[in-house]
Design a protein around this ligand. Structure first.
Ligand code: FES
Ligand SMILES: [Fe+2]
Length: 380
């Protein structure tokens, strides 16, 4: 256990991947949203084209290698293929060019041109895509088991936030909770500590960090310079006493951008997907094992209470902070940010490893352009 003082630490933000780690599975969407009609989803700075063929989901790079028309505008004329609407180049579900309709049946291009295809897995009603190169790891490497277990009752809200992916998750490793959310409905009838001291551990097995509230201050405390905080606490004298150790759940932050908080049988899980440098898509899950009739009560609880008190209001308070803070300005991290420091170190190391592996692999990107230029030159 470490309740470390972060003190003056090296600013690692320039060593973090602005578009997220690559060698991981990311959630694309709910299964029911991906149909035979191609659709585009932007993730990690790239546009991917998703579609379903014979019941299975496929993902291709969204730019046709010919003239970069969007494949998501494509047509599904032939089984097992997608045809670009501009000149009719037709690719199989794995991205290989099988016909160039505009060039005729004797075109030499089929078999020589391809568009990148991404490994896809569909599990428990959701579609996941492997964004790295090379052999994908098992889905469990990047996705918490709670979301893959069909026995759990799961709700999800999807939102896009106007901030980089890092600030959207690293606050789950600091001590803002009883300050920022003090005014939330979720905490309104709870007696909260005036301050907390957090501790953080690296979780090597889980590829992440865990934060705990190690010391809880009194419900109200006196600060010599400004006086009492909270300034008024009278209604909480009759509230549920949350000012006790063990009343606050630990919070896990694991790669690639997964937050997991377990609380009284509920699991709050955020799968964050970097969209571009300044936007992140959040899949905000609430999961509970609720067999039989319990599932009905749990659904009522979610729709009548948790969905607005927690997801709308509580997480809404986080969103305001993320979108208004400036992630490029200098920071002065403190002891309460120890979890953030540990998390950034892990991400920076993982990103360095990914770049080294890519250099080692030294695999040329498969693209149609060299052949096309060759063919075009011959024709000219
Ligand atoms: S741009 Fe796609 S076939 Fe020409
Ligand atoms: Fe928060």
């Amino acid at each position: 256990m470490t309740t470390a003082t972060a003190g003056k630490v090296k600013d690692l933000r320039d060593e973090l991947p602005k578009l997220g780690l690559r060698n991981h599975w990311y959630i694309a969407d709910a299964s029911r949203k991906i149909t035979e009609k191609p659709t585009t989803i932007k993730m990690l700075g790239e546009d991917l084209c998703f579609f379903r063929d014979a019941g299975k989901v496929y993902a291709l790079d969204n730019y046709c290698p010919h003239r970069a028309m969007l494949l998501s505008e494509g047509k599904r004329y032939f089984p097992g293929t997608i045809t670009c609407v501009y000149h009719g180049w037709t690719f199989d579900v794995h991205g290989k060019l099988v016909a160039a309709l505009n060039e005729g049946p004797d075109s030499p291009l089929p078999g020589k041109v391809s568009v990148r295809s991404y490994p896809v897995e569909e599990r428990n009603g959701y579609v996941f895509v492997w964004m790295g190169k090379g052999q994908p790891k098992p889905l469990e490497y990047s996705v918490p088991a709670d979301l893959l277990d069909p026995k759990n009752t799961i709700h999800v809200r999807v939102e896009t936030w106007g901030c980089n992916w890092m600030p959207s998750i690293e606050n789950l490793q600091d001590s803002h909770d009883t300050f920022t959310h003090r005014t939330s409905l979720w905490y309104f009838f709870r007696r909260l500590p005036a301050w907390v001291k957090v501790g953080s551990d690296v979780l090597p097995q889980k590829n992440g960090v865990e934060m705990r509230m190690d010391v809880l201050g009194p419900p109200q405390d006196n600060y010599e310079t400004v006086g009492k905080w909270p300034r008024s606490n009278w209604w909480r004298k009759v509230a549920v006493n949350s000012n006790q150790k063990g009343k606050y759940p630990t919070s896990e932050l694991t790669m690639p951008a997964v937050v997991r908080v377990g609380f009284e049988g509920l699991r709050f899980i955020r799968l964050m997907v970097p969209v571009d440098e300044n936007h992140v898509r959040g899949f905000l899950f609430t999961a509970r094992y609720a067999p039989g009739l319990q599932a009905i009560t749990y659904r009522l609880y979610y729709h009548l209470w948790a969905s607005w008190a927690l997801v709308n209001f509580f997480i809404g308070q986080d969103k305001v902070v993320f979108e208004k803070m400036d992630f490029s300005k200098p920071e002065r991290l403190a002891a309460s940010d120890v979890g953030i420091v540990k998390w950034r170190r892990l991400v920076a190391e993982a990103w360095k490893r990914e770049k080294e592996e890519e250099l080692e692999a030294d695999r040329p990107e498969v693209t149609g352009r060299p052949e096309l230029v060759e063919g075009a030159e011959r024709a000219a």
